[in-house]
Ligand binder design. Structure first.
Ligand code: SF4
Length: 288
């Protein structure tokens, strides 16, 4: 069924972070056809109506504690990699200080939905051992300077219906894109590679366009916040032609769907962590 989105519950939703995005896209709202990113594409394909609430209307919602924690850990990792790049202070003290600063000062002063001060403090205390585990891992090679940290890339590719945009956590000297994931339990690596195919294909396409070199593949680094924290690295090959063709078709599906306002709910397991269920339940559909 072709359907239109519901009328906006607020007349002019502000742009800004709503706490649901990977950091490849921090400004929400605006024209969804201006560019495509991994987070836009994945959100649209998961549930078009949630995409509409999150990315088009940018409805403000409190930040979930797990996402806030992940962002703060990311700030510590970012400090570490920038210090590698600039020969700065990459000591444990400096990395943990960057984490604590980010934890204590959420971006844009966005409220975080902690259940209590005790929950907040318990979560905050998990960052230090997790970052220590990261710094102790042998997977890190500090002597090698990265190619870029928080690298923002844009590409206009003939194969894609829209310009492509992405911000990559880390690009190593050999052009491997590295993406950090903070997770609660030991990941199933082949499943994770499958789940993050859109993100990793995005990175490979952006790096190839920027450098003119073939992507050597990408790396997912999981920081597992178990009682004894651990760090697991998983190398994923560059996308093959089937994956590239599939990606182009998905971008085309996005462009056509957005151009025609084809937003409708897709109930599933993901509804369990959707913060737009009240808006969704008010949706009545309608012909385009
Ligand atoms: S509750 Fe489920 S179906 Fe409704 S918008 Fe959220 S994810 Fe989509």
């Amino acid at each position: 069924m072709i359907a239109t989105p519901p009328p906006p519950p607020t007349p002019a939703p502000p742009a800004g972070s709503n706490g649901h995005l990977p950091h490849d896209e921090t400004i929400l709202g605006g024209d969804p056809l201006e560019y495509i990113s991994a987070s836009r594409l994945k959100s649209f394909l998961t549930c078009r109506l949630r995409f509409y609430f999150e990315k088009v209307m940018a409805l403000p919602k409190p930040l979930g504690p797990s996402l806030h924690f992940g962002r703060a850990v990311h700030a510590g990792l970012q400090h570490y990699n920038k210090a590698r790049w600039r020969d700065g202070d990459r000591s444990e003290t400096a990395v943990i200080a960057a984490y604590e600063k980010a934890f204590d000062h959420p971006e844009h002063n966005q409220p975080v939905a902690f259940e209590s001060d005790e929950d907040r403090n318990t979560l905050r205390a998990k960052g230090e051992p997790l970052l220590r585990a990261f710094l102790n891992t042998k997977q890190i090679a500090p002597e090698k300077k990265p190619m870029g940290v928080e690298l923002s890339l844009r590409a206009e590719l003939p194969s894609l219906a829209l310009p492509l945009l992405g911000i990559i956590d880390l690009v190593e000297a050999d052009l491997t894109a590295v993406d950090y994931k903070t997770v609660a339990s030991t990941p199933d690596l082949s499943l994770e590679a499958w789940l993050h195919e859109i993100q990793l294909t995005t990175y490979s396409l952006l790096i190839e366009e920027a450098t003119g070199e073939p992507s050597p593949g990408n790396e997912l680094v999981f920081l597992v916040k178990t009682k004894t924290p651990k760090v697991i690295s998983h190398r994923v090959p560059a996308p093959d032609q089937v994956q590239r063709d599939r990606y182009a078709r998905l971008v085309e599906t996005y462009a056509n769907g957005v151009a025609n306002d084809h937003y409708y709910p897709s109930p599933g397991m993901h509804c369990g962590w959707c913060e737009h269920r009240s808006e969704c339940s008010a949706w009545k559909g309608g012909a385009a």
